[in-house]
Design a protein around this ligand. Structure first.
Ligand SMILES: [Zn+2]
Ligand SMILES: [Zn+2]
Length: 430
């Protein structure tokens, strides 16, 4: 094995090891990973590191199947040189969790790796979220103000009153008013006792992508302040150098927002390469990643040290440090709920969730209850599966199953996955 191929094999093994610890839950996937890792280390030549995948069907994780098929067809070195840096094995930045599972009130809590802050999609019952997790929230995106999507606002308020905090809230037309009614349900006559201020910056967006933003502050007894008008470009509600959140306004007999969160680019640091260069891990790596995202020139100097105040701090040009990084397309997670199955909604959902790594999508009704779903302006299991397939989503997480299917979650999942993985339909469509 040459040094080069040994390095890629080791990198791959490291990826698999991280993946095994971080992302893989199915036992078959874990077995597959360990065998890949062992083969990568044992191989004497790249050809010998051929990975034989006996059973490519690993649950419903479609990209995993694709990887398996490709690994079975090529040798390890070829796979690696083709940069098979799949998001699922790259320590993804975004870690979304359905707070109440697939059948409870909608709320998707998204943690960001390396950062102590979080994003929430929908504000259904959030009593399952600890105060610590609620305090990490900075941006909360609410699809619409039906009670199962907004009742959690009270707990958010209860946990945050008395803390110095700004929460950015986003919702459809009328949302500024909904927040005001929530806040004004309480008496705030003792607010001068609080030393810290709690601020809600509320933005609502309409179908023409015009926005209105208002502010409510505890110290002002949550009277409305600073209303301003704006316009969103291409549905982007919030953006920063590392990620952005965009929206699509859907029809649910009331405007309802779908969301997509996208990472700018996914940058992975190879610890073994750092060690080879005698460099420490530390907060300087964040600066290095930022320099890559900002497209800084190769001679841009990066300060290296265990911590920013290290006495042994030194500087190296970005060009020298690039070898410790790999850059892959960023991760995309879409969240779609409470939408009627109409041609306009379908087009908007497919556009929003295009090529998402992960699509959380409502599947409120079973396929047999299509008429009921239409009456209530919701999607069925089959509609969710076909939308995810047509959007080219890599993975689907259906949720918001109606309580009428309690105890039948497996059947609902089955209906979704049957349509999502329908190869015949895929071929017919291509
Ligand atoms: Zn609704
Ligand atoms: Zn709902």
């Amino acid at each position: 094995m040459t040094d080069g191929s040994r390095r890629v094999a080791q990198d791959w093994a490291a990826v698999c090891w991280q993946g095994r610890r971080k992302a893989f839950t199915s036992r078959a996937a874990q077995r597959w990973c360990s065998s890949l890792k062992i083969q990568a280390f044992r191989a004497r030549s790249p050809g010998e590191a051929m990975v034989l995948v006996q059973s490519p069907r690993l649950g419903a994780i479609t990209p995993m199947e694709a990887v398996c098929r490709r690994l079975a067809q090529h040798d390890l070195a070829q796979c690696l040189s083709a940069r098979m840096d799949y998001t699922f094995s790259m320590r993804p930045l975004l870690h979304p969790t359905l707070v109440n599972g697939r059948s409870g009130d909608p709320a998707l809590y998204v943690e960001t790796l390396f950062e102590k802050r979080a994003i929430l999609f929908d504000l259904g019952d959030i009593s399952n979220l600890s105060p610590r997790k609620i305090q990490r929230l900075e941006h909360v995106f609410v699809s619409h103000a039906h009670i199962d999507h907004f009742i959690g606002f009270d707990r958010l308020l209860r946990v945050l009153v008395g803390r110095e905090k700004t929460i950015n809230l986003y919702g459809p037309t009328g949302f500024i008013d909904h927040v005001r009614h929530k806040l004004h349900a309480y008496r705030w006559n003792l607010i001068d006792r609080y030393v810290s201020d709690l601020v809600f910056v509320v933005t609502e967006i309409d179908a023409s992508l015009a926005t209105r933003t208002a502010r409510y502050r505890l110290k002002n007894a949550f009277s409305i302040e600073a209303v301003c008008n704006g316009r969103s470009t291409e549905g982007v509600l919030y953006s920063e150098p590392t990620l952005r959140v965009s929206t699509a306004v859907l029809e649910h007999r009331t405007p309802c927002l779908g969301f997509a969160i996208e990472e700018a680019a996914h940058i992975n640091v190879w610890k073994n390469r750092l060690a080879e260069l005698g460099l420490p891990v530390g907060p300087w790596l964040r600066e290095l990643k930022r320099a890559v995202i900002d497209n800084k020139p190769s001679d841009h100097l990066i300060r290296i040290g265990f911590r920013p105040t290290s006495p042994d701090i030194r500087e190296l040009p970005l060009g020298t440090l690039r070898s410790v990084l790999t850059v892959a397309p960023g991760q995309k997670v879409a969240y779609v709920t409470d939408a009627a199955d109409t041609p306009a909604n379908r087009a908007a959902i497919i556009r929003l969730a295009q090529n998402a790594d992960l699509l959380f999508i409502e599947a409120a009704f079973a396929q047999a209850d299509t008429a009921l779903a239409a009456e209530r302006a919701h999607l069925t299991t089959a509609a969710a599966g076909s939308l995810a397939r047509e959007a080219g989503a890599r993975r689907i997480e259906p949720f918001h199953f109606s309580p009428r299917y309690s105890g039948h979650e497996a059947r609902m999942m089955d209906e979704v996955m049957t349509v999502f993985t329908d190869r015949e339909a895929e071929r017919a469509g291509s």
